[in-house]
Design a protein. Structure first.
Ligand code: AMP
Length: 280
């Protein structure tokens, strides 16, 4: 496994492999690797000749009051995990190389970025799309893997690929959960034991919604009410949003039309967690 730090060296390697007709898979991450990331890496390895993992805590996607500074960074542990997944190249750029002083472009997927997390984090997806497009240009992947845990991010990247005619396959990957249902996230480590217990209400509330649909409930309000009641049972949860929306356009549904995306963001203490499921 090789660690590459400069965009130029990474791109030269990628163009050479492409020229030789070899296939490249990219898994973009912010590091602090966990089982969710590893599932993407294992699938990426299966899909291509070369697997590239990028690790970059992207300052552009954090607002000034967010956890950019505190975001967990542990390169040594990440490298061990990457090695165990047979990563070929870890692309580990420096912010000053991706965003030199005279950097001035920004890319946005306007409409999809307005919903869900975009309401609270208005600049977030611009930062995500800008860095993902740069990573695509540098790593030149044939396929890039994204988790459905960040469903809106996945949809926005798919839209960018479509709108800009990028020759890249986007492979969505299922949410990896702890045994008790909590969606694995790098931010789970911020939770105290009591908060960790309270966080279970998120996946429980998603399951409750699916049960209601299974029983024939079609009333969107009733489903949203049951979800928020389940979340509030623990008294430690502050709901940011609960949305039932179209899985492609992300527009809220007033009448249930399946499949539908049920997406939740909430604060447990100061930690903001997101989760979702597709109701069928
Ligand atoms: P991050 O490092 O949080 O930016 O995540 C990098 C990639 O891993 C994104 O495509 C995420 O959606 C994906 N990911 C994070 N957590 C999970 C999870 N629990 N299951 C599946 N994919 C995940």
């Amino acid at each position: 496994m090789k660690i590459v730090e400069t965009p130029l060296e990474m791109q030269e390697w990628a163009l050479k492999k492409r020229g030789q007709g070899e296939k490249i898979a990219l898994v973009p991450t912010m590091g602090a690797l966990h089982e969710g990331h590893l599932s993407l890496l294992k699938e990426g390895k299966r899909l291509a000749d070369h697997l590239v993992l990028s690790i970059f805590v992207n300052p552009l996607q954090f607002a000034p009051d967010e956890d950019f500074k505190e975001y967990p960074r542990n390169l040594d542990a990440d490298l061990k995990k990457a090695e165990s997944c047979h990563v070929d190249i870890v692309f580990y750029p420096k912010a000053k190389d991706l965003y030199p002083k005279d950097f001035q472009i920004s890319v946005a997927v306007d409409i999809l970025s307005q919903f869900l997390c975009g309401q609270r984090r208005p600049e977030h997806f611009k930062g995500v799309v800008t860095v993902v497009l740069k990573l695509f240009n540098i790593v030149q992947p044939h396929v890039a893997l994204f988790g459905q845990k960040d469903y809106q991010q996945l949809r926005i990247v798919q839209q960018m690929v479509q709108d800009l005619n990028l020759p890249i396959q986007i492979k969505p990957m299922p949410i990896v959960r702890e045994d008790d249902g909590l969606a694995i996230s790098s931010r789970n480590r911020y939770l105290s034991p009591a908060e960790r217990q309270a966080a279970l209400s998120i996946s429980l509330s998603l399951a409750k919604a699916q049960r209601l649909v299974d029983e024939g409930t079609e009333n969107v309000e009733a489903i949203l009410k049951a979800v928020s009641a389940t979340l509030y049972e623990t008294k430690k949860v502050k709901i940011d949003y609960i949305t039932l929306c179209d899985p492609k356009s992300l527009e809220s549904l007033s009448h249930l039309k399946l499949p539908a995306l049920l997406a939740i963001a909430c604060f447990i203490g100061t930690t903001r967690l997101i989760d979702n499921c597709i109701l069928r």
